[in-house]
Ligand binder design. Structure first.
Ligand SMILES: *Cc1c(COP(=O)(O)O)cnc(C)c1O
Ligand SMILES: [Zn+2]
Length: 403
């Protein structure tokens, strides 16, 4: 039992109405459940391994899901990284371990299942890369056509490869992500094509399972704080909702401080949080090495600002240099390979600990959103190249040990 509700004016809509924003005020929509009718079996919750569909009672899908076994990603205790940052207890939830290598799979297993349930025959999205990879794979599994709009020249190679290989129709737009999103929204309003960007409230329902899993993996306790990269700002909103629901249902007894990190060249949410503004000011030309969060006009800004403020969290920006350093630290201190956007969580935590905003005795979970192999070109740019040597033992000895 669930329906849609506008977060601005409170207007309500039935669950099968084909809308993405409020038809009265254009506000964002949220999925509202009748929590009194939802009974979670704690024994079952404690015995089953985490996965998106483990929490099906809290997901808005009324049919067999389109699934390729998403979620259930590892939560690593990171002692060496914690020591470097100077914090007592640090965990990393590595969402790069999902089927396509990013958390977008959690949203798309729900979103594409919903598309079939609503009788939609084609699905589409604009994407900085990972959304298109995830939509391509779930569309393939469901057997329906996929259209993706990408900003030309600004999508990491691994992501384009996935969208192409899984059979999506890939359009490279001469414009940035915000342009691509505006275009795909128009397309989906003109044709019977289902829009699966994070403005779609059902997609975010899948992503809230990150919050469920963190609590689950910590023995149904929550950390003091969750730190994650913010682009279109859907994920921080979704995870906050997951924690709120577990608390409402008595599974846990607290909500972590939601802490969003953006890149300096692309940080409208950070500016709004720091200035206390009601809404963001869109940025025209966002730029950062972290292409997954190169977004100047995040569509879920209003939801994200609420999530950050209600949970008493915060937001911070980091430079590309800080992002690359954190990416190397994750890789070399903990064996966690991530794409640049993902490393903003760790870079941001370090900055917030150094400045005293985050206390050193907090228990913190950083989310790494996407896998290292998504963006091999960036890695080649920032690492020393391989050493070319003759196929002779002397040459190899010299390269390893010097003279
Ligand atoms: C999509 C994505 C983000 C941003 O998530 P939002 O929900 O848009 O804020 C961050 N990192 C990676 C790797 C992503 O793919
Ligand atoms: Zn409204």
């Amino acid at each position: 039992m669930y329906h849609l509700k506008c977060i601005e004016c409170g207007a309500e809509y039935p669950k099968d109405e084909l809308i993405y924003t409020c038809s009265k005020c254009d506000g964002l929509l949220d999925v509202i459940y009748d929590y009194s009718s939802i009974k979670l079996d704690m024994e079952k919750l404690k015995s089953e391994c985490p996965s998106v569909w483990k929490y099906a009672k809290l997901l808005p899908v009324d049919r067999e899901p389109v699934t390729i076994k998403e979620g259930g990603t590892p939560l690593y205790k990171c002692e060496r990284l914690a020591e470097k940052i100077g914090i007592k207890a640090l965990y990393v939830k590595h969402e790069g371990m999902n089927p396509t290598g990013s958390f977008k799979d959690r949203g798309m297993t729900v979103g594409v299942s919903k598309a079939l349930e609503l009788g939609m025959k084609t699905v589409a999205c604009a994407s900085t890369g990972n959304t298109s990879a995830a939509l391509a794979i779930y569309g393939a599994k469901a057997g329906i056509p996929v259209v993706v709009l990408l900003p030309e020249g600004k999508v990491a190679l691994g992501k384009v490869a996935q969208a192409l290989m899984h059979g999506a129709k890939v359009l490279s737009i001469r414009g940035n992500f915000d342009d691509a999103l505006a275009l795909v929204r128009t397309l989906c309003s003109q044709e019977k094509i289902y829009l699966l960007n994070s403005i779609n409230p059902f997609r975010l329902e899948g992503q809230k399972t990150i919050g469920f899993e963190i609590a689950d993996q910590l023995g149904f306790k929550v950390p003091d704080r969750v730190v994650l990269p913010v682009g279109n700002a859907g994920n921080i909103t979704a995870i906050h909702k997951g924690f709120r629901e577990f608390k409402k249902l008595g599974v846990t007894d607290a909500i972590p401080k939601m802490t969003g990190i953006q890149a300096e060249g692309s940080c409208p949410i950070v500016k709004a949080i720091k200035s206390g503004a009601e809404n963001i000011k869109p940025e025209k030309n966002p730029e950062t090495v972290a292409t997954a969060i190169r977004i100047g006009n995040p569509v879920n800004a209003r939801k994200a600002l609420l999530a950050i403020r209600k949970s008493e969290g915060t937001a911070e920006s980091v430079s590309d240099e800080e992002i690359i350093e954190a990416q190397k630290d994750l890789a070399r201190l903990e064996g966690i390979g991530v794409e640049p956007a993902s490393a903003t969580s760790v870079a941001g935590l370090k900055k917030l600990v150094d400045s005293g905003v985050v206390r050193r005795d907090e228990t913190v979970v950083c989310i790494t959103t996407g896998h290292l192999l998504k963006d091999p070109e960036e890695v080649i740019k920032i690492c020393e190249p391989p050493i070319v040597v003759d196929a002779k033992i002397e040459a190899i000895r010299e390269a390893i040990f010097g003279n």
